[in-house]
Design a binder for this molecule. Structure first.
Ligand SMILES: [Fe+2]
Ligand SMILES: [Fe+2]
Length: 344
């Protein structure tokens, strides 16, 4: 973080003296620091150094990190949610990428469930139609190379996992899933300058399988997606700041029809969410904030749970969003792609 300048320090002290008494010091530090690119902790330390009266210390602050710095992008972006490689809907994703290219969109946010991790699923096995054999030697080599970068404890878990996968059918195998995901991500990395990777519940399957805490960066290495253009952080949401305000790109816990509206009202922010696989363009209860369910980029006919048995729940729909100049454009399976290309 940059050094404090004299004028910044003078402003800080003056603003702190005007702080209303009801406002907690931490809230002041957060509000003061955020637009200046400083963390609340850094502002608080500076106030202490300047011997401003921020109260006596009886107990020391917790040494553990605060989870208050999700990934943030600024400007325009294509938002693709629930790609669920290797079951992605290639035709739809290609259309979205083509439109993004035509509009000059250089940023992309992957809004969770980027990889399906079917082979790590805790769900019951599926009915299947064919058996094409076990893990390939090449895939095993790649996985072994990845495992060697992990700590000893993580390695043990990983090799145990690998051992079990070898006995499974290739179509359910982790190696195939990873290979397909790697190829897809490679194309996305090639097209965009900045890509933010939001975690989804499917990424969480890796944590459950390994039964250890891992840095999400490990996931990028596993997906061969470690690249200066690609960022990942331990959050199930990220921010996109635009001239029309902040968008929260979410892969939340809830997936009901009202979830996007509730989140927008709760966080006073526009919301574009994945996870529900629903397609819906709406506003929060105040009418102030967009509350969008972005659909999904997975081909659900390839998901046994979705395709082999009918439910009476609302249909899931392919969808994605491009935010351009602050406006959200909801893309769906019947978008008039050629006409849309011409609007810029
Ligand atoms: Fe999903
Ligand atoms: Fe999800």
């Amino acid at each position: 973080m940059s050094k404090w300048t004299d004028s910044e320090t003078v402003t800080l002290v003056a603003d702190f003296q005007k702080k209303p008494s009801w406002m907690p010091v931490h809230e002041f530090c957060q509000k003061w620091g955020s637009p200046r690119g400083r963390s609340a902790d850094s502002v608080e330390r500076q106030l202490r150094r300047l011997q401003c009266n921020i109260g006596k210390i009886y107990v020391q602050p917790s040494p553990y990190p605060k989870y208050d710095t999700p990934l943030t992008l600024e400007g325009d972006a294509l938002i693709l949610s629930d790609l669920e490689f290797p079951y992605h809907n290639a035709e739809f994703v290609n259309r979205c990428m083509e439109l993004a290219e035509a509009w000059g969109i250089r940023q992309c946010i992957l809004a969770g469930d980027v990889i399906h991790f079917d082979s790590l699923s805790g769900w019951e096995p599926n009915w299947t139609t064919s058996n094409t054999g076990g893990i390939t030697a090449e895939a095993e080599q790649k996985l072994t190379a990845f495992a060697q970068t992990l700590s000893a404890k993580q390695q043990g878990k990983f090799f145990e996992l690998l051992g079990n996968i070898g006995d499974r059918k290739e179509q359910d195998g982790l190696s195939t899933e990873l290979d397909v995901a790697r190829a897809g991500l490679k194309r996305i990395i090639a097209q965009f300058d900045h890509i933010d990777f939001v975690l989804g519940n499917h990424e969480g399957r890796l944590l459950r399988a390994l039964e250890v805490t891992i840095n999400p960066d490990e996931l990028l290495r596993l997906l061969d997606a470690k690249n200066p253009k690609m960022r990942i952080a331990p959050y199930y949401y990220s921010y996109l700041d635009t001239q029309c305000g902040r968008y929260q790109i979410e892969h939340p816990k809830g997936a009901s029809e009202g979830t996007a509206q509730q989140l927008a009202a709760k966080y006073h922010s526009h919301v574009i969410m994945g996870h529900s696989h629903l397609l819906d363009f709406s506003w929060d209860i105040s009418g102030e904030f967009y509350a969008i369910h972005a659909g999904h980029c997975v081909d659900e006919t390839r998901l046994p749970y979705a395709a082999q048995r009918h439910t009476t729940r609302r249909a899931h729909k392919p969808g994605a969003v491009i935010v351009m100049d602050g406006y959200p454009y909801l893309l769906h399976w019947r978008t008039d792609w050629e006409r849309m290309k011409r609007i810029v």
